[in-house]
Ligand binder design. Structure first.
Ligand code: PLP
Length: 402
């Protein structure tokens, strides 16, 4: 008997993948430029030139060492470079020992959960949340407890958060800037969240770990600051990825920060190494560890995303859509024009608008629009958004006349 859980996960694709596949089919039928595909969070801007330069330089080095296995937690020199960068940027005191190189944020989160959580434990997260959290948490035999957002600002509902924590809560996952809302949790939110975690850890007599998932940290607009969570709560593990900031999602490179000051560091640090081993995420890609060593403080051209955000949000608001103002990432969270977001997305497909319903993000009634697309896609999609709005308005008139 094989694993029923894995069979089920592997035999149905995610809603996002289904929409993306539908888009490919439609593009083949009607032409690329007639389909407005806002489904995937694939960066649309190129990696910065420093990445190409670094790869070319590195290719001059002896192939047998360049492509060799690194030590399981990563090359100590590269880990030290990452630690120094975090110390410079966030006033931290990390060393190479605090950094574990991984294959992106997906691996980082799976490793942290495997290391911290036992079957029967609970993990809390905040809606709307990245859909994969559920399968990663449930794969560890734990359950995911979801805290609804505070509307309309989509910050954390701190009362609901406090109620969601129980004696079984082992960890809390926070994602800011957020996928799918684009919201950045304010310093005030983070301080309240940290105070609750301290209080609840004391009340239950065991540490509740905060796992911060931050692949969008550098993708922020209007000069907004994203609080660095280790500075607010000691028991924080940071999961980072270069997939978005350096536009390298296919290269699978990121890291976990395990600060010395987390509770039970002497056990947690080896448990992270053990979890990486169990899951097969040791020795992150060698070439890209070295690339990170040369481009650690770089990003792609974030301004291109800001331009897209302004164009899309401005256009949709003029048409009468209600948007959650995003301060970061490259997603716009928009209220569906009927309570059932799946039905709304089906209707949008009539106009070749491919949007993702928010149900699997734990926050029904909205759609996610990934604006990591070309400017042309946004401009050309506006008449389709207008037709969709008109259809709903006309329906309202018809139903109020009958
Ligand atoms: N966490 C969030 C919030 C994401 O949006 C993504 C990818 O889109 C991931 C984690 C996984 O990122 P990675 O490509 O680094 O595995």
């Amino acid at each position: 008997m094989i694993s029923q859980e894995c069979y089920e996960l592997g035999s149905k694709s995610s809603v996002i993948r289904e929409i993306f596949s539908f888009g490919l089919k439609r593009k083949a039928e009607v032409g690329e430029d007639k389909v407005y595909d806002f489904s995937l969070g694939n960066p649309s801007i190129p990696a910065p030139p420093s990445v190409k330069r670094a790869i070319l330089e590195l290719l001059e080095e002896p192939a047998e060492s360049l492509h060799a296995y690194s030590p399981a937690p990563g090359d100590p020199k590269m880990r030290a470079i990452v630690a120094d960068s975090l110390n410079r940027r966030f006033g931290e005191t990390f060393t190479a020992e605090n950094i574990f190189m991984t294959c992106g944020a997906a691996a980082s989160l799976s490793i942290c959960l495997k290391a911290l959580v036992n079957p029967g434990d609970e993990v809390v997260t905040f809606a709307p949340f990245f859909t994969e959290y559920r399968c990663w948490v449930e794969a560890m035999g734990a359950s995911l407890e979801v805290v609804p957002p505070s509307v309309p600002d989509f910050q954390v509902d701190t009362d609901a958060f406090e109620r969601a924590i129980s004696a079984k809560t082992k960890a809390v996952i926070v994602n800011t800037p957020n996928n799918p809302s684009g919201v950045v949790y304010s310093e005030e939110t983070i301080k309240k969240l940290a105070a609750i975690l301290v209080r609840k850890s004391e009340e239950y007599g065991s540490p509740i770990y905060l796992i911060t998932d931050e692949p969008y940290r550098e993708i922020v607009y209007d000069g907004i600051q994203v609080p660095y969570l280790t500075k607010y709560y000691d028991n924080t593990l940071v999961c980072y990825s270069y997939s978005k900031s350096l536009s390298l999602p296919g290269e699978r490179i990121g890291y976990i920060v395990i600060p010395d000051r987390i509770a039970d560091y002497e056990h947690v640090s080896p448990a992270i190494a053990g979890a990486a081993r169990v899951l097969g995420y040791v020795c992150a890609p060698s070439l890209f560890q070295q690339v990170i060593g040369k481009c650690v403080d770089d990003t792609g051209d974030i301004n291109a995303y800001r331009h897209n955000r302004d164009l899309l949000m401005g256009g949709l608001e003029r048409l009468g859509y209600t948007c959650v103002p995003p301060q970061g990432a490259f997603y716009l969270f928009v209220k569906a024009l009927e309570p059932d977001a799946c039905a709304f997305c089906e209707r949008a497909k009539k106009y070749d608008l491919l949007l993702v319903p928010s149900d699997d993000f734990g926050c029904p009634g909205y759609v996610r629009i990934a604006y990591c697309v070309s400017e042309k896609t946004i401009v050309n999609a506006m008449p389709a958004f207008e037709k969709l709005m008109t259809e709903y308005k006309e329906e309202d008139i018809t139903s109020s006349e009958t």
